[in-house]
Write a protein of this length. Structure first.
Length: 437
């Protein structure tokens, strides 16, 4: 068997093993080491050492634990609850006000943390009881919460974009800039959809009862007090990154420290909550970084065998137009997003497509943004749809059937957003080009 076909066979074995339920990290290492030893001999061991140490020395990836810690601090501290309450009180007289409160809070919260599971869970705990009490439609409520929560994977500072940058060879700062407008575009689509449907059918999102309303001054005060800490966190992280003042790693460290100070100043942090945030950060950081190292090793063996170029040549041999080829790649990524998390897709599948992207002259920043939007859509795609299970745990009153049906409405809007970014590349490229000037 030629080295190229041996690499393709290793990819098939890897996919089958992952679907069979084997741990992804150890499967990656075992398959890469086994195939690498057969084809490359002792060089496979040297590649392992090189790839693992390169990940350990990468300063960009050091931003991952900082942003995770910042997100878990915000989740445990209860600061987002006050933001949600402020938006809810201000919009109490508007039809569908709770949908708006969820989506606005989710958008702001996404700009402070890039953790989808935490965002969906937090939004479910905050909003679901009030939505049920106010007679809001269960399906649309579930869809708004899950759609808003998944914005965290796209709107910077996104952990996925931090990991994707070194894989593609693009600065994470440019990926952050490229994701801002598509993320806000999706948020606007969600808000317009809920507003229009609530006005056409008031039963879906009635105005809140008088008992839940407060004077305008009080509502503005609550909104200011609730949004102030989150805005400070956003400016101290995303603001300094886009302004070119600090790298993502430096900004992540500053953001985590400022978030900790804010939670202490607002007296919202207890010792048990702080410990939970620390342990959650340690657990998720170790999982992501070990996956990065293992995937880099598999990718190094795969490339050394020439399999990446071989698959790229097969794809280009189809002689499809660049747009159709791009649609084919995005469709494959979307389908893989059903059973797999974003980490193996970004670290294994995206590098396989990179030679095709370069050969077709596709802008890598635009491609990464499309992949990010595509993977966000996959978070809400049945039958797996991890967001559904996060919400079910936070709001057990809602059935999985209603949650799924609610998510499908917003998944259609996400597909529309993906197509808009595909048709109008400047939605992703305008801000990075502006910041380069």
């Amino acid at each position: 068997m030629s080295p190229e076909l041996l690499g393709v066979a290793s990819l098939a074995v890897l996919v089958l093993a992952i679907f069979a339920g084997f741990p992804i990290v150890f499967t990656l290492i075992a398959v890469a080491l086994g195939v690498g030893w057969l084809a490359l001999g002792k060089l496979a061991l040297h590649l392992m050492t090189l790839q693992f140490f390169s990940v350990m020395r990468d300063p960009t990836l050091a931003a991952v634990p900082f942003f995770l810690f910042m997100g878990f601090l915000l989740e445990q501290s209860g600061l987002a609850q006050r933001l949600f309450r402020g938006v809810q009180l201000l919009l109490a007289g508007v039809r569908g006000s709770l949908y708006l409160a969820v989506l606005i809070t989710a958008t702001i919260f996404a700009a402070a943390t890039g953790i989808v599971g935490s965002s969906v869970t937090l939004l479910g705990v905050m909003a679901a009881p009030t939505m049920i009490k106010s007679g809001y439609d269960a399906r649309m409520s579930a869809g708004a919460i899950t759609a808003g929560g998944t914005l965290g994977i796209l709107i910077p500072p996104s952990v996925m974009l931090i990991v994707m940058g070194p894989v593609v060879g693009v600065p994470a700062t440019e990926l952050f800039a490229a994701a801002v407008i598509p993320g806000l575009l999706l948020s606007v689509l969600f808000i317009l959809y809920t507003l229009v449907r609530s006005y056409l059918n008031p039963a879906l999102g009635p105005t809140l009862p008088a008992s839940l309303r407060q004077p305008l001054g009080y509502a503005l005060k609550e909104l200011a007090l609730g949004s102030a800490p989150v805005v400070v966190v956003i400016l101290s992280t995303l603001g300094v990154i886009l302004a070119g003042i600090a790298t993502p790693t430096d900004a992540g460290a500053c953001g985590a420290f400022i978030t900790l100070l804010l939670t202490l100043a607002y007296r919202k942090m207890s010792w048990p909550s702080f410990k939970r945030a620390l342990f959650a950060t340690l657990e998720i950081s170790c999982m992501i970084l070990l996956l990065v190292a293992a995937s880099n090793y598999f990718g190094a063996v795969f490339s050394r065998l020439g399999s990446a170029e071989y698959l790229a040549s097969l794809l280009t041999a189809l002689q499809l137009s660049p747009t159709l080829t791009l649609l084919l790649m995005l469709t494959l990524i979307f389908l893989l997003g059903w059973p797999l998390e974003w980490v193996p897709i970004v670290l294994i599948v995206v590098p396989i497509f990179l030679p095709v992207v370069r050969q077709l002259g596709i802008d890598p920043i635009w491609f990464c943004t499309l992949v990010a939007v595509c993977l966000q859509t996959a978070w809400m795609s049945p039958p797996v749809a991890l967001s559904a299970y996060f919400l079910k745990g936070a709001a057990p009153q809602w059935s999985l059937k209603d949650i799924y049906l609610g998510m499908l409405q917003f998944m259609g809007l996400q597909v529309l957003g993906l197509l808009l970014v595909l048709w109008f590349p400047q939605l992703a490229l305008w801000l990075p080009n502006l910041l380069r000037e």
